[in-house]
Design a protein around this ligand. Structure first.
Ligand code: CMP
Length: 396
């Protein structure tokens, strides 16, 4: 009895953990998204006027159902919290307490709250406070977006540059607001009479929103407005550029680490020195394929070659299929001969491939000839084998 309880708890923890790739976890994520969608729709629908009583009751039941699922999720997460590596070494009670007071725990609890509020009769789904649950439930969507973590890292990495842009933004904002206030205060005391009023106009103009509720009327005010509008576009473009570059760099870094992880499984790279290896790593891309996927198709042009770091593929040749496993490569012939693919290659099980694009292959051929010689040797053997000349290959 005592032995089965922890394993069930570990399974529950793994199923609810993001971003676990297991079947159960993926299914739970789909259910979670569906339930969340129903909840948000129910609350949005109940905020409209003039609904018949039966529909209001139905929507309340839907919200209750959604909140019930989230309450069950909270209970399971609380129960399985001691399985988290973060709380290793703590007693079960302490681990649960630590999880309950964490941000994640608080969001989970808030998501379950409508159940109790509605059950206690203090709120119905069409109550004016109900939309607050839209915000709380939407927060749990963050778990489905791994890019949130990437965004946090990008902001942290680029904080110095971003701070400079924010400082420029604030400088333009304050100078523009003060200038407009001086120019417009006599003519429009209601909208530009105080600095905070003028600041509101400056923010609306600088962010290129332009509600049109406050408009400068003097020539000086309009000139300031023109400068602010153009500055707004520049500042936003700068911000976008910094974030986009940061995202691309972060993705490149992660891909680099993923390749390092996989490249150790390909023996032909093992003999290379660290410097050479790091040059190759920056040129490879990791791609995961499920079984029965055509990776290259006979007679199509070849733009890349592949190294198998995990799994297996089948090369479909006229004389029969040849299996290639971990450490092998394929797709080299089209690059070496600059001819269409000589065979179709299909994955036979979940497979991880390292992809090397043609332009990078030719660059490596120039810089690391020993590696390409080994590829050429194998290609010669394969060509001869395909022609039925296997015995003569070794001497050529
Ligand atoms: P390519 O012609 O670019 O695309 C199909 C690939 O199948 C080919 O490169 C080789 O990598 C691989 N291939 C062709 N013949 C053989 C063989 N006899 N044994 C193993 N792989 C082969």
């Amino acid at each position: 009895m005592a032995a089965t309880a922890p394993s069930r708890r570990a399974r529950a923890y793994a199923a609810l953990r993001y971003p676990d790739t297991s079947h159960v976890s993926r299914r739970w994520r789909s259910i979670h998204l569906l339930v969340l969608g129903i909840g948000l729709l129910a609350i949005a629908a109940s905020s409209t006027d003039g609904l018949p009583t039966w529909l209001t009751q139905l929507l309340t039941i839907a919200v209750l159902g959604v909140a019930f699922v989230f309450t069950a999720e909270y209970a399971v997460r609380l129960w399985s919290a001691p399985e988290s590596p973060r709380y290793a070494g703590l007693s079960d009670g302490m681990a649960r307490l630590r999880w309950a007071v964490s941000t994640n725990g608080a969001i989970c609890l808030l998501a379950a709250l409508p159940l109790f509020v509605i059950a206690l009769g203090t709120m119905r789904a069409d109550n004016q406070h109900a939309p607050i649950f839209c915000i709380i439930w939407v927060l749990s969507l963050a778990r489905h977006a791994p890019a949130m973590g990437t965004l946090a890292r990008v902001i942290s990495n680029e904080r110095a540059t971003l701070t400079s842009v924010v400082v420029i933004f604030l400088m333009v904002l304050i100078i523009a607001a003060t200038g407009a206030h001086i120019m417009e205060r006599d003519g429009q005391p209601k909208t530009f009479g105080t600095l905070p009023d003028a600041l509101w106009w400056a923010v609306v103009t600088l962010t290129t929103t332009g509600y049109g509720d406050t408009v400068p009327l003097t020539a000086g005010g309009r000139m300031i407005g023109s400068v602010v509008m153009v500055s707004g576009i520049l500042v936003l473009a700068l911000m976008t550029g910094i974030l986009a570059t940061g995202f691309a760099e972060e993705e490149r870094r992660r891909e680099y680490l993923r390749v390092w992880d996989q490249i150790t499984k390909v023996p032909m790279f093992a003999s290379l020195g660290t410097v050479t290896l790091s040059e190759i790593v920056s040129k490879l891309r990791v791609r995961n394929y499920p079984p029965r996927i055509i990776v290259v198709r006979r007679d199509e042009p070849g733009e890349s070659m592949f190294f198998i770091s995990e799994g297996e593929v089948e090369v479909r040749l006229p004389r029969g299929a040849v299996a290639l496993g971990q450490g092998a490569f394929f797709g080299e012939m089209a690059l070496l001969d600059r001819l269409p693919r000589s065979a179709t290659v299909v994955t036979t099980r979940p497979t991880t491939l390292l992809v090397l694009y043609a332009s990078d292959f030719y660059e490596i051929a120039a810089n690391i000839p020993s590696l390409v010689e080994a590829v050429e040797r194998e290609a010669r053997r394969r060509r001869a084998e395909n022609r039925g000349e296997a015995a003569t290959v070794e001497t050529t």
